[in-house]
Design a protein around this ligand. Structure first.
Ligand SMILES: *[C@@H]1O[C@H](CO)[C@@H](O)[C@H](O)[C@H]1NC(C)=O
Ligand SMILES: *[C@@H]1O[C@H](CO)[C@@H](O)[C@H](O)[C@H]1NC(C)=O
Ligand SMILES: *[C@@H]1O[C@H](CO)[C@@H](O)[C@H](O)[C@H]1NC(C)=O
Length: 614
C-alpha cells in the first residue's frame, strides 16, 4: 500500500516537473575574443544575431574561463570543476591538450558532466561539433572519454578539434611528409590485421612495436625541423590529416579527413534536426550542446560569407558563426520551444593573438579591452570571455551582469534551472548557480575568489571584496615572457605561450591590479599604496586556502602512453574510409629498412617506457 502511494506520488511529481523544466541549448565558440562581438563593444562589423540573443537576456560582462586553452576550459565548463581536479590541465613536459584521437588520455569516466546529470534526470541529450576531451581507452569507440560515455546520447562532430588543412603546409613539407603518412597507414593496417580483433597492442606484438617506433621517429623527424620548438608530441599537419581529421557520428566515421567546405552547415543541420525532432515529440526536455568550430583556424566560410565583413577572413568567420546562431534561434522559435528554452552562449577562452596567415593577415581575434590572449593563464585577455544567457520569462531582457562569474558556474546553473538535485554529495563543485544573479534576485558575484591556473600552476588570483562595491582585484604571480614587449603574445614563430619554462616569468613581487578601473592591467597598484598592504595578504591567504582545498590530479596527457597514438585504438574496420589512401607517395624503401632494424627495447630503459605492456 505504502509502495503504491509512493509510486503514484512520484509519477505525479515527475510529470508535473517535466512541464516546468526548460530545454537547454549551450552554444560554445572556439577562440572567440571578448572584443569580437558588437554587443561587447566591437565597432568594425555587426554580429546582429548574437546581439539579438544578448538583448533578449543577460549579458555576462565579467565571465571568466577556467583555463586559457580549449581542452581544460571545456572540461571545467562541462564538469563545474577546476580542470586540475580532473587531470585535464595543460601538462608539464607533455602536450598542452589532448593531441590524438587515437590516444588514451582524456576526461576521466568518474567525472559527471552536466550532460550526464541532465540525462540521468530525464533529458534527451545531444552534442554537436568540437569535443576535444579525449575519446577511448581500450578500443575505438568505447568512448570512455567521449561524449556518449559522458552523458550525450548522440554525437555528431569532431572528436578532437579543427586543425589546419594539409594544403596550408608548404609543398616541400608535404612532399617530405607524404611518405610517412603512407607508411604509417600500411603499418597500421598490417598491425591491425595481425591483432585480429584489434584488441591490445604490446611490445611483444611485432607490428605494433614497429608502429610504435615508427611513430616516435616520425614525430622527431617530421617535427623537429618544422618548428623552433622541439616537443616529442608534435607532428605535422599532413600526419594530422590521417590521425585526427575525422567527422564522426556517434562511433562511425562519416568523413576522413573532413571537408571544411560546408562543415558549418552540416553541423547546423544536425542541431536543427535535433531541436525539431525533440520539439515534435515534446515528451521530455532536451539538452543540445552546439560546439562551434569557428572562429578557430583554419578560417573557412561558405562563399556567401567570404568578404562579408568587409574586414578580414577572421571576421567573415565570426559572421558565419553569428549567422548559425541566428539559424538556431529561429529554429527554436519555429519549433515553438523558444519561450521554454534556456540558451547560454560563451567562448571557450580568449582569442589566439599569435595567428597570422601566409599572406600576412592576422587570423586571430581581439580581446579588447583586455591584454594578452589564448594560452596565457593569468592574463585577462586569455580568460575573460563574452557570454550571455537567455531564458524568456525568467531572465529579464537587456540585463547586464557585471560582477565576476565563472564558466564553471554553468553546470550548477543548468541543474538549478532544471530543478535537478541529483544528490551527488561526493563531487566537489567549484561552480555556483548564476540563476539568482541572472534573474536579478541577487547582485553578489558567484565567486569572490577565483584562481587562474596555467597547467598545474596558479599564475593569478582574483578577489572581489565584500567591502568594496564593484572593485575586483587581480594579483598576478607569474606573467608570460613576451619576446617582443610591444605585442602581448609569445611570437608568431612559437604560436602560443607555454605555461612552463622560458615562456613564464615568476614575479619576485606579485603585481596587483584593480580590473574595473584598469581592465587592460596597465597600472599595477604600487606596493607603497595602502591598498596593496590591505588586499594582498588577504588574497594570499585565500590562495593558501584554495591550495589546501584543491587536489591536483596528474595531467592526463603528460605521459607518452596516454598522449601518443596507440595502435589498438585505431578503428581497423573503418580504415577504408580514409580518402588519403589514394595519394601518390613514394620513398618507402628507406623506411622499411629503418624499421627492420628496430627491436623492442629491454624493459626499463629509454623508449621502452613508451611501449604498452599488458
Ligand atoms: C574576397 O576578397 C578577396 C581579396 O580582395 C578576393 O581575392 C576574393 O575573390 C573575394 N572573394 C569573394 C567570394 O568575393
Ligand atoms: C573587431 O574585431 C576585429 C576582429 O577581431 C578586430 O580586428 C577589430 O579591431 C575589432 N574592432 C574594434 C573596434 O574593436
Ligand atoms: C576552502 O574550503 C572551505 C571548506 O569547504 C571553504 O569554506 C572555503 O571558502 C574554501 N576556500 C577557498 C579559498 O576556496
Amino acid at each position: 500500500m505504502l509502495l503504491l502511494i509512493t509510486a503514484s506520488a512520484l509519477l505525479c511529481w515527475s510529470s508535473s516537473l517535466a512541464g516546468d523544466r526548460p530545454n537547454i541549448v549551450v552554444l560554445l565558440a572556439d577562440d572567440l575574443g571578448y572584443g569580437d562581438l558588437s554587443c561587447f563593444g566591437n565597432r568594425s562589423f555587426s554580429t546582429s544575431h548574437l546581439d539579438r540573443l544578448a538583448a533578449s537576456g543577460a549579458r555576462l560582462t565579467h565571465h571568466v574561463a577556467a583555463a586559457a586553452v580549449c581542452a581544460p576550459s571545456r572540461t571545467a565548463l562541462l564538469t563545474g570543476r577546476y580542470p586540475v581536479r580532473t587531470g585535464m590541465q595543460e601538462s608539464r613536459g607533455g602536450p598542452p591538450v589532448v593531441r590524438n584521437v587515437f590516444g588514451a588520455g582524456g576526461l576521466p569516466q568518474t567525472e559527471r558532466t552536466f550532460g550526464r546529470r541532465l540525462q540521468d534526470a530525464g533529458y534527451r541529450t545531444q552534442f554537436v561539433g568540437k569535443w576535444h576531451q579525449g575519446w577511448s581507452c581500450r578500443v575505438w569507440d568505447d568512448q570512455c572519454h567521449g561524449p556518449r560515455e559522458h552523458g550525450f546520447q548522440t554525437f555528431f562532430g569532431l572528436p578532437l578539434t579543427l586543425q589546419e588543412e594539409e594544403d596550408v603546409d608548404p609543398p616541400s613539407r608535404r612532399e617530405r611528409d607524404g611518405p610517412f603518412v603512407k607508411h604509417v597507414l600500411s603499418e597500421v593496417l598490417r598491425a591491425g590485421a595481425e591483432a585480429g580483433d584489434g584488441s591490445k597492442g604490446s611490445c611483444e606484438r611485432p607490428s605494433a612495436t614497429k608502429l610504435w617506433h615508427l611513430w616516435l621517429d616520425m614525430t622527431r623527424a617530421t617535427y623537429y625541423d618544422a618548428t623552433p620548438r622541439r616537443e616529442w608530441w608534435g607532428h605535422t599537419l599532413v600526419m594530422d590529416k590521417f590521425l585526427n581529421h575525422m567527422l564522426v557520428r556517434n562511433g562511425e566515421i562519416k568523413s576522413w579527413p573532413y571537408q571544411l567546405v560546408g562543415l558549418t552547415q552540416r553541423l547546423l543541420d544536425e542541431s536543427q534536426r535535433f531541436i525539431r525532432g525533440q520539439a515534435a515529440r515534446g515528451d521530455a526536455p532536451f539538452l543540445l550542446v552546439h560546439s562551434f568550430l569557428h572562429p578557430h583556424t583554419p578560417l573557412f566560410t561558405a562563399p556567401v560569407f567570404a568578404n562579408a565583413s568587409g574586414h578580414s577572413r577572421y571576421a567573415d568567420n565570426v559572421l558565419e558563426m553569428d549567422w548559425a546562431v541566428g539559424q538556431l534561434l529561429d529554429t527554436l522559435q519555429e519549433a515553438g520551444v523558444a519561450d521554454n528554452t534556456l540558451v547560454y552562449f560563451a567562448s571557450d577562452h580568449g582569442a589566439h593573438l599569435e595567428l597570422v596567415g601566409r599572406d600576412g593577415q592576422r587570423e586571430g581575434g581581439t580581446n579588447a579591452p583586455f591584454a594578452g590572449g589564448k594560452g596565457q593563464g593569468g592574463a585577462e585577455g586569455g580568460i575573460r570571455v563574452p557570454a550571455m544567457v537567455r531564458w524568456p520569462g525568467r531572465i529579464p531582457a537587456g540585463r547586464a551582469v557585471d560582477v565576476p562569474t565563472s564558466a564553471m558556474d554553468l553546470l550548477p546553473t543548468l541543474l538549478d534551472a532544471a530543478g535537478v538535485d541529483d544528490g551527488d554529495e561526493d563531487t566537489v563543485l567549484d561552480g555556483v548557480s548564476m540563476l539568482p544573479l541572472l534573474e536579478g534576485r541577487s547582485d553578489a558575484p558567484t565567486h569572490r575568489f577565483l584562481a587562474h591556473y596555467c597547467g598545474d600552476d596558479i599564475h593569478a588570483v582574483r578577489y572581489a571584496p565584500e567591502t568594496e562595491l564593484g572593485a575586483v582585484y587581480k594579483l598576478r604571480l607569474a606573467v608570460p615572457r613576451y619576446p617582443d614587449p610591444e605585442v602581448e603574445h609569445c611570437g608568431v614563430q612559437d604560436g602560443l605561450c607555454s605555461c612552463y619554462g622560458e615562456d613564464v616569468l615568476w614575479l619576485p613581487t606579485p603585481r596587483l591590479y584593480e580590473l574595473t578601473t584598469d581592465p587592460a592591467e596597465r597600472d599595477p597598484i604600487p606596493e607603497s599604496d595602502p591598498r596593496y598592504g590591505r588586499i594582498v595578504p588577504k588574497m594570499l591567504e585565500l590562495l593558501k586556502q584554495h591550495r589546501q582545498n584543491v587536489t591536483v590530479a596528474p595531467a592526463q596527457v603528460a605521459r607518452f602512453e596516454l598522449a601518443a597514438v596507440r595502435p589498438e585504438l585505431v578503428p581497423w574496420d573503418q580504415l577504408g574510409k580514409f580518402r588519403g589512401l589514394e595519394w601518390d607517395m613514394h620513398g618507402l624503401d628507406d623506411w622499411n629498412e629503418f624499421i627492420a632494424g628496430q627491436t623492442c627495447p629491454a624493459s626499463g630503459q629509454g623508449v621502452s617506457e613508451h611501449c604498452v605492456r599488458h
